[in-house]
Design a protein around this ligand. Structure first.
Ligand code: SF4
Length: 101
């Protein structure tokens, strides 16, 4: 089996951050500093992100990355999304597109 076939079967989640509407409350960085850091312009950055066509910061969380330290990746980002006062953090099932938060 090729690596591609293996990867496509893997469970993946997509964290999407609408940075332009971030108000810099820093709640995300307080609960999940492994993934969120505050920048000099007062807004948060999703660590390791790529930028999509809409200008959102996007990070894919893949199952194979969920080593003991990464195991909580999804939980931590869900928590960040929950505590964000302006709800600019969203998480999707990358396969089905289902919105988890
Ligand atoms: S909690 Fe929300 S508004 Fe506050 S810094 Fe994080 S993303 Fe921005």
């Amino acid at each position: 089996m090729s690596d591609n076939a293996k990867l496509s079967k893997e469970k993946r989640f997509r964290v999407v951050f609408d940075r332009k509407n971030c108000i810099g409350a820093a709640a995300c960085a307080a609960v999940a500093p492994e993934f969120w850091e505050m920048k000099e312009d007062g807004k948060a950055d999703l660590i390791g992100h790529k930028v999509d066509e809409q200008g959102n910061q996007v990070l894919i969380l893949a199952e194979h990355q969920m080593t003991p330290t990464m195991k909580k990746a999804l939980e931590l980002n869900k928590e960040a999304a929950e505590v964000c006062p302006v709800q600019v953090i969203h998480i999707y099932d990358d396969e089905t597109g289902e919105k988890l938060i």
